[in-house]
Design a protein around this ligand. Sequence first.
Ligand SMILES: [Ca+2]
Length: 120
Amino acid sequence: MRHSPLSCTPSCIPLIHSAAALHTPIATMSDLQQGMGLVIATFHKYAKKENDTAAPTISKADMKLLLQSELGTALDTGNDPSKVDQIFKDLDANADGTIDFLEYATMVACICMVSNELMQ
Ligand SMILES: [Ca+2]
């Protein structure tokens, strides 16, 4: 069982026609495709692999850097280390000390949901 409420349901998988669709030139992508590509690229900008077979994850130090560099104006941490620590603890759903893609995607989805509410 996954450790997050987010999952890729079988009904959404056919929407991705092929792996080639993920490598579409950015100029021909829709706004949503470009946004998803940026979300994925941002994860990999900060993620590292423990070894060749491990999935990339973001360390606590790199997650702090991501939060400050990529979301500094959106998150009101006020450079308070305890707030960043609490965010990391909340994101690390499986408590392994790193942020995997699912945990990162959950954060992005939650921020989108809150932003949507604020924009109403
Ligand atoms: Ca984790």
